[in-house]
Design a binder for this molecule. Structure first.
Ligand SMILES: [Zn+2]
Length: 77
């Protein structure tokens, strides 16, 4: 499987959570969705092991994602 490279703010929209939100932030070992976190349903877990590429629809794990940590707004610990 190829890697998904996120190296600028413009690429951030490609990270889509399984519930269709584009407010996904990659952290050290998983993904965190701000929209899911704001959801009141306690069944919703805002942390995900996979993220969907909004451009291709392919799923990527955190290990498949390459981030440029120097790009502003890309990385949110
Ligand atoms: Zn979400």
């Amino acid at each position: 499987m190829s890697k998904l490279e996120i190296d600028s703010d413009d690429d951030n929209w490609r990270l889509v959570c399984p519930n269709g939100h584009t407010s996904v932030a990659p952290t050290n070992n998983h993904f965190w969705c701000r929209s899911c976190a704001n959801h009141w349903d306690p069944e919703v877990d805002p942390e995900y092991d996979v993220v969907i590429d909004g451009e291709t629809g392919e799923k990527y794990s955190r290990d498949d994602l390459e981030l440029d940590f120097t790009a502003p707004g890309v990385y949110h610990a």
